[in-house]
Ligand binder design. Structure first.
Ligand SMILES: [Zn+2]
Ligand SMILES: [Zn+2]
Length: 155
């Protein structure tokens, strides 16, 4: 059963961990709509599926479908700049196919900052100022993609 993470406080709902008033084994989907995060009290809809299987990109050249899912990032001007895909090959934003989130995670997979359903392909995050972090993108159809750090200017 899937775990879900609160994007406000990083609390993880694990169906197999005992929670007050909730039967162990209750899937996130089956939680009452009035259920709130036990840590920060935020609504159920701020939760996202906890990243599990991350797409691994094979080889050093990318197909068009791969490129449009990759969050390319670099630290610049004290912030973390992220560009989804390239100018020539951005990810489409459609009703049935869209980016669920782009987020910055620390080495333990905890959310440092996340942007839900971004409308833009160029995003600005706070610079995490740590070496051990990861940028990830989740597409509702194609799954989770790991970011690639770039040295040069964003295209
Ligand atoms: Zn929370
Ligand atoms: Zn996609």
């Amino acid at each position: 059963m899937q775990k879900f993470t609160c994007t406000s406080c990083s609390y993880v709902y694990n169906p197999f961990v005992w929670e007050e008033n909730i039967l162990p084994g209750t899937s996130f989907e089956n939680l009452d709509e009035s259920w709130v995060c036990p840590h920060c009290g935020d609504d159920k809809d701020v939760f996202i599926e906890t990243p599990q299987n991350i797409q691994e990109i094979s080889g050093s050249t990318y197909t068009d479908e791969e490129v449009c899912h990759i969050p390319f990032y670099k630290e610049q001007w004290g912030v973390l700049m992220v560009q989804v895909g390239t100018t020539d090959n951005p990810h489409e934003i459609e009703e049935n196919h869209f980016i669920e989130y782009v987020g910055v995670f620390d080495g333990d997979g905890e959310i440092l900052e996340i942007q839900i359903q971004p409308e833009d392909t160029t995003l600005v995050f706070e610079n995490p100022w740590i070496d051990d972090y990861e940028v990830r993108l989740s597409c509702n159809i194609h799954g989770i993609w790991r970011g690639i750090r770039i040295k040069d200017t964003l295209q």
